[in-house]
Design a protein around this ligand. Structure first.
Ligand code: SAM
Ligand code: SF4
Length: 339
């Protein structure tokens, strides 16, 4: 097999062996979280990383700068819950100052957004996604194991007060025998606000290993539920976009579907992930990962780190195998990967 050195003529582009150009990086800033969502973490949490194991802000800044130099344009900060990392807005300001970084975004459960919205906007965040699985307080509690819906909705309003931060996306994980009852309220939210509501299919990345193929409520099933009462028309999308977005044809609102299980989009995947302790993952479902922290801490030059990254990216997985017999979920669950 040719290695990435065979691509001299396209040296600056970060490419894998399947010809995909990589331009999107998800950075997990902590493995810790203040929620315990059923589809992600166990009720008792997970063994957290020691402080010294987690990349410092300066280490994240150096790696993100290196990735941007290699053609990464979009960086999303995630976790765990990013806002529980102490002094998080300072990290946002360090990263937003990196020349060449086009889009710096955040995925959060929203619990601390009321406190932090002003600081992260001032620090230069471009876009924010808020995860909300139910708009009913008791059912929100059932999923997240925290009675926190009013606090999260205040956080959503606090970020929406900043008109520069658009679009604001509200993401709901779709699970069979739960989300069917949520669809009506989310449609109402999408039609009466400028939030873009998106349903994400439940993936086998839950620490409790409760996922089964039957537990996935597919995007097509939810769309059919909505189309009983509303006509939808699909909007054009970029090939690398994960969501299929529809508008309500009577004019009000948009609704999206991220269908990684029923309609995998691996062929157009342009994403990498960096875990809180500095492992590079080339797929959500990667079995292998590449350590960047040890080389970083033992004095590797930018050229040496670049070589490690290019080698890892070259070997990016062709596709996930969730729908194949014998599929085994990765050892890490979603909060430890950085969703
Ligand atoms: N704590 C933040 C939050 O919840 O938005 C950021 C990290 S969380 C791991 C990132 C996203 O992954 C959230 O939207 C969450 O709902 C989603 N997620 C977590 N576990 C999932 C699973 N098993 N299947 C699909 N999405 C999942
Ligand atoms: Fe925490 Fe986000 Fe996982 Fe929920 S989905 S437990 S908020 S990391």
């Amino acid at each position: 097999m040719r290695d990435h050195r065979g691509m001299e003529s396209e040296k600056d582009e970060l490419r894998d062996a399947h010809g995909r150009s990589i331009s999107d990086l998800r950075v997990s800033v902590t493995d810790r979280c203040n929620f315990r969502c059923q589809y992600c973490m166990p009720a008792d949490g997970l063994p957290w990383l020691e402080r010294g194991e987690v990349l410092s802000f300066e280490e994240i800044e150096r790696l993100v700068g290196l990735f941007v130099g290699l053609g990464i344009e979009d960086v999303r900060l995630t976790g765990g819950e990013p806002l529980v990392r102490r002094d998080f807005p300072r990290l946002v300001s360090m990263l937003s100052a990196i020349p060449g970084l086009c889009d710096l975004s955040l995925t959060t459960n929203g619990y601390l957004l009321e406190r932090d919205a002003g600081a992260i906007v001032a620090a230069g965040v471009d876009r924010v996604n808020v995860s909300i699985d139910s708009l009913a307080r008791d059912r929100f509690f059932q999923i997240t194991r925290r009675d926190a819906l009013p606090q999260v909705m205040r956080g959503l309003e606090a970020i929406a007060a900043h008109e520069r931060i658009r679009p604001i996306k509200v993401n709901a994980v779709a699970m069979r025998d739960f989300t069917e009852r949520e669809v009506g309220a989310f449609v109402e939210l999408a039609r009466t606000s400028d939030y873009q509501v998106r349903f994400i299919e439940f993936m086998p990345l839950d620490a409790d290993h409760a996922w089964t193929p039957e537990s996935v409520l597919t995007g097509a099933e939810i769309r059919a539920l909505i189309e009983r009462t509303h006509e939808l028309a699909e909007l054009p999308r970029e090939p690398s976009a994960t969501a299929r977005v529809y508008r309500f044809t009577d004019g009000a609102g948009e609704i999206g579907f991220i269908n990684p299980v029923s309609e995998p989009f691996c062929g157009d995947c342009n994403r990498l992930r960096l875990t809180a302790e500095g492992k590079l993952r080339t797929c959500l479902f990667s079995v292998h990962e590449t350590d960047l922290r040890d080389p970083l801490r033992s004095g590797a030059s930018d050229a040496e780190l670049e070589e490690i990254v290019r080698d890892a990216v070259w070997r990016k997985e062709l596709k996930h195998r969730v729908n194949e017999p014998g599929f085994r979920p990765p050892a890490r669950s979603m909060s430890a990967i950085g969703g």
